[in-house]
Design a protein around this ligand. Structure first.
Ligand code: HEC
Ligand code: HEC
Ligand code: HEC
Length: 485
């Protein structure tokens, strides 16, 4: 047999080519899977951050709306501010944004076309977001969020509120465009907690009161603020007015599940738990708690006992009287608080106010909602009810002020039943008037709006300031719960 070198060579050549080709392919796959793994990790981190920063709550229009397609209406006295489409749609969303442009929108409130966002988008809190986190968010939105090629409803505020450039002035005054810097004097856990509380979960947007120009009042950091018709309580470490008396377990359970021995979440806090906080890792909740423990205590003047300390388990309740009050009555036009409690509330919260044994219907005694000197949250709970979905389970209390009810309770009736609950189960020094109820039913205090109409204030803050105040107010009023039942 004649050895044909050319055949041998060519076979050899083909083999080496094949091997070289194969190893190139292997190398390619190993490399790209490493890249993919890095990407996948980045994207997963971005997804987690989007949860932690609650992007979907505002950018998804309810259950029917496509994820992040915008169009969620933020109510404001001058009209609706609609969130925008932040899916990677090139035409209608942020698909053509570079990472830099995305970062500028999220942290500085400026769109690629130079247009300024209203602070209904919480960029003043996000401004301290780290570059790595913005990068991860960008990777998530660009790679994993499905593009929705449909426009979100456009925000059309009437003049002068339509002048977006007026935000420039406000930003100069209040936007601290600096990234979060870890404090070397504290542990990594503490720093993580501070970052979560201040930047991602932006707790202070609700729990820190605002000044006249609607910027957070840093001297009252986390001392409690108003959110439309609700009041976000004091979160400082004060043992009497803040959460200093809560155990770590109670706080953790409250943030992750919406339930605790001292209170349940309702209103905007329930939304925060539902859309965001329930998805945080236990370590991240622990970090937030570790940080909150170190927030400088701020005592409410005159307060001597914690909100959760009011009411006695064994109330001097007259059960006989109760029975006759209930006596098969349908909701009458009574204005009597005890009658109303029996007819409207006792079937769930019990005549004793102790709730059900399994805790499904909470006790109204030793509860911060009935123990606050400011009864706003009690009234708002009665008017709007409780809606919250955590871990696939829905918690629901009907709102008794909803206009859609056949017979919603009147302002006088709600004031009357509130005063009965406060006197019998909660903070007896707190009082509710029908006017207070009307204010809460209307979406919160109008005081600031009334001030806006004052020509002296207008002259002082100018139209730009006015636009800003109303825009931020809008962000706050957004949290008005939607009608149910
Ligand atoms: C409290 C509500 C709220 C939250 C939370 C929120 N946004 Fe927004 N966002 C808005 C509103 C409202 C606008 C539109 C504001 C305007 O038109 O001036 C907006 C605008 C934007 C824009 C500008 C898009 C454009 O049209 O150029 C981007 C980008 C954006 N948001 C991303 C995010 C991301 C990412 C998150 C989470 C980290 C987030 N938003 C969380 C309310 C919110
Ligand atoms: C969108 C507004 C909003 C945001 C954001 C928010 N909260 Fe709240 N929070 C509220 C309101 C309103 C209440 C009172 C309503 C209720 O009792 O359910 C509340 C209640 C609470 C309570 C119970 C206090 C008490 O005395 O009963 C705790 C604890 C709390 N929030 C912690 C936090 C933390 C920590 C964050 C950030 C991770 C946060 N909240 C973010 C609005 C908010
Ligand atoms: C159909 C049953 C039902 C009725 C009737 C009802 N509630 Fe509730 N209530 C609930 C549920 C469920 C919750 C939420 C429990 C949770 O968040 O885990 C709740 C929560 C509350 C809370 C908040 C407690 C907290 O821990 O923060 C208050 C206050 C309250 N109800 C008062 C009332 C009053 C006053 C009435 C009568 C006007 C009333 N409820 C009628 C079921 C009911």
């Amino acid at each position: 047999m004649i050895f044909n070198p050319s055949v041998g060579v060519s076979v050899f050549k083909r083999k080496t080519q094949a091997i070289a080709g194969l190893s190139a392919v292997i190398a390619f796959f190993t490399l790209s899977s490493a890249v993919l793994a890095a990407d996948a990790e980045l994207i997963a981190r971005g997804k987690y951050l989007a949860k932690g920063a609650d992007c979907s709550a505002c950018h998804t229009n309810g259950e029917a709306g496509a994820a992040f397609a915008g169009g969620y209406a933020i109510h404001s006295p001058m009209g609706e501010i609609y969130s925008t489409n932040i899916t990677p749609s090139k035409q209608y969303g942020i698909g053509s944004y570079t990472e830099e442009q995305f970062a500028r929108a999220v942290r500085e409130g400026v769109r690629p076309d130079g247009g300024h966002l209203y602070p209904a988008m919480p960029y003043p809190s996000y401004s301290r977001m780290t570059d790595e986190d913005v990068k991860a968010l960008y990777a998530y939105f660009m790679n994993e969020v499905p593009a929705v090629d449909a426009p979100a409803k456009e925000t059309k505020l009437p003049f002068p509120f339509s002048i977006r450039a007026s935000m420039i002035g406000w930003n100069l005054l209040f936007l601290n465009n600096e990234r979060f810097m870890p404090d070397a004097g504290h542990s990594a856990e503490w720093n993580r907690g501070k970052y979560l509380v201040d930047v991602l979960a932006h707790c202070g947007d609700c729990h820190t009161p605002r000044n006249l120009l609607m910027a957070s009042d840093s001297s009252q950091y986390l001392a409690g603020g108003d959110v439309g018709p609700w009041h976000a309580p004091n979160l400082t470490s004060d043992k009497v007015s803040g959460i200093g008396g809560w155990s770590d377990e109670a706080l953790q359970s409250y943030l992750l599940t919406g339930k605790s021995e001292h209170a349940r979440t309702s209103g905007p806090m329930a939304e925060a738990v539902q859309h965001s906080l329930q998805y945080l890792t236990v370590d991240d909740t622990k970090a937030m708690i570790a940080y909150l423990r170190t927030v400088a205590p701020i005592r409410t003047a005159g307060q001597t006992a914690p909100d959760f300390s009011h009411g006695e388990a064994a109330t001097s309740y007259d059960i006989a009287a109760t029975a006759s009050r209930r006596g098969g009555t349908v909701l009458t036009n009574t204005m009597d608080g005890a009658d109303l409690y029996e007819q409207v509330c006792a079937s769930c919260h019990q005549s004793s106010g102790a709730g059900t044994r399994d805790g499904f219907y909470p006790a109204l005694i030793k509860n911060t909602t009935t123990g606050q000197a400011n009864a706003t949250d009690l009234v708002a709970t009665i008017v709007y009810g409780v809606q919250r979905e955590v871990g696939g389970h829905e918690t629901l209390m009907p709102g008794f002020g909803e206009k859609s009810l056949v017979q919603p309770l009147t302002d006088t009736q709600i004031a009357s039943v509130s005063n009965y609950v406060l006197k019998t189960f909660g903070n007896a020094s707190a009082k509710v008037t029908p006017q207070d109820v009307a204010t809460i039913r209307a979406g919160g205090p109008e005081a600031l709006l009334a001030k806006l109409a004052d020509p002296k204030i207008l002259a002082a803050v100018g139209i730009a300031g006015l636009v800003v105040i109303v825009a931020v107010l809008a962000a706050v009023l957004r949290r008005r719960p939607r009608a149910t039942a």
